[in-house]
Design a protein around this ligand. Sequence first.
Ligand SMILES: C[S@@+](CC[C@H](N)C(=O)[O-])C[C@H]1O[C@@H](n2cnc3c(N)ncnc32)[C@H](O)[C@@H]1O
Length: 263
Amino acid sequence: MSAETTPNTPNIDNSQTSEANDAAYPRLIKTFMKRRTHLNKNAEQALTDPVYAKYIVNTMDDRGQGLIEDITDLRALFADTQQTPNGPDAPLTFEIGFGMGGSLIEMAKADPTRNFVGIEVHEPGIGKCAFTADEEGLSNLKIINGDAIALMQQLPENHIDRIQLYFPDPWQKKRHYKRRFVSPKRMQIVTRVLKTGGWFHTATDWEHYAFWMLEVLDNFEGLTNTAGEGNFTPRPDFRPLTKFEKRGIDRGHGVWDLIYTKD
Ligand SMILES: C[S@@+](CC[C@H](N)C(=O)[O-])C[C@H]1O[C@@H](n2cnc3c(N)ncnc32)[C@H](O)[C@@H]1O
């Protein structure tokens, strides 16, 4: 689908100067609003039973906030080849905001020689994903409880082969646009950790956000749209239907995928 029209294209700050961004990182506002929801028995078990530490790599404070200070290398999470036979050098996919983890689990199952790391702040989703990973006996998946933006700032450059962001919160109200994950400042943080030639793949069911993302990403120096400038990519077969995607389709929404490579 081509971007012939850009509905209500908002003002996007495309400034990418390193000075501006160095100053801005600590002030970047959160892309999520933590919601209190019921933990089912399985999720609670996975969050508390040490058996699941082979999936959930970090602990949390008493408010359920993941402690990420010590995570400075995602590949090192796969160093123990007894537990994770692919080892640290296997191709690495990082999924931001996996929700309940259904599609991440399916992808990890479908591609056993690739390593996957998912990050979320929503505890029921973290617990559910770890519980299912154990049921499936996956040895190529790790889960982090925490804010992806904070985490990526402490990872090495050129570290990850693919970063995926599926159905990020659309932040529909104009006053909330600043919380949208896809913004020039946040994309600087994303592209720094992406390997040269690596992928950034995103998808949304929210039309305004789809065109917003297209504008931000097409104008982002250092990224190339694999479908050609101004175009969305056809829905790839390897991306499983996600929970939020299904919800959007049930409400009559369209779906827009975008895949960019790092130059
Ligand atoms: C709309 S949901 C989509 C979930 C899932 N990808 C799907 O398609 O079903 C967006 C998720 O991203 C998570 N999220 C938003 N910003 C995040 C961040 N900075 N770090 C980690 N997770 C984040 C939210 O907690 C939420 O669960």
